[in-house]
Design a protein around this ligand. Sequence first.
Ligand SMILES: Nc1ncnc2c1ncn2[C@@H]1O[C@H](COP(=O)(O)OP(=O)(O)O)[C@@H](O)[C@H]1O
Ligand SMILES: [Mg+2]
Length: 304
Amino acid sequence: MRAPETGSEIDGFRLGELLHVGTMASIYRLVGPKGPLPLIMKIPRLGAGERSANVVSFEVCRQVLGMLAQSPNHPTLIAYGDVETTPYLVMEYIEGARLDSWIGRAPLPPEESARLGHALAIALHEIHRQDVIHLDLKATNVLYRASGQATLIDFGLSCHRHLPDLLAAEFHTPVGNWVTMAPEQIAGERCDPRSDIFALGTLLYEMATGRRPFGTPRAAWWPARRRGCRKSFCIASRWMPASAMGRPRKWPSISPTPGKWRSRSAPHAARGRARQRSRVAGSTRAISRRHCRRRRQPMWRPCR
Ligand SMILES: Nc1ncnc2c1ncn2[C@@H]1O[C@H](COP(=O)(O)OP(=O)(O)O)[C@@H](O)[C@H]1O
Ligand SMILES: [Mg+2]
């Protein structure tokens, strides 16, 4: 199915600027008679030649966003179209900068990493509180509003405790981002909020050091290793460097003032075994907050 043209109308919504074309969906800004509206439309790529995960993830995103109570930490779902006839999601447009614009400049000063990490931990804590696990936390799925609040987007791979897990039912290989994916998620577990804490840890690590704690895994060769092996840590230990199973490789010392946040929080969050990780994003958040308070600095400074 070809992506619709800018200017065309779908169920009374007029498509404006094309914001994004991905492997799963295209995203348009919506326009009204007086110009752009604070709304976007996400249209999944369906039809011949497209991945079957697209339709499942569209349905998951619709269900999960529909269940979440309104909050600045995720976009509000406004309308959606039927998956069989006109599939689309209309949601709030988040005006802000993406986390990858900061990570591109990493290593960031400790205060800036702490502020970004703190806001992100709050957002994660908020969705976990509402029984949602994101499971695709990466820099391009986090937007920061001008107020400094982090907003999580792209709930297509997420899991809601009270909804059937369509992705687990449909696919036998994990889907998501290899760089930030927790070992238990690679092994097929999709029900542990600590998988998001692991991803948060890898992002914190990259913000603070400019490096990825476990490098850049290549997705192509891991399924062969997984075949016949169901024990999560057996798989993960083949996939990741041995050091990753306990804690990330040695925490590099960049400046003499890393504070407790950098020396404790990120390595703790990115530990390989879920039980070694903090149970709630809130505890990572608390450490980063203490760090900022001690230094008497504001929690937020916008990206320039
Ligand atoms: N609600 C939104 N407000 C503003 N920009 C958005 C919104 N949703 C998505 N985007 C932009 O589109 C990009 C891709 O969106 P995403 O939902 O992650 O699509 P995909 O499923 O292809 O990864 C995001 O990185 C962001 O830049
Ligand atoms: Mg995305």
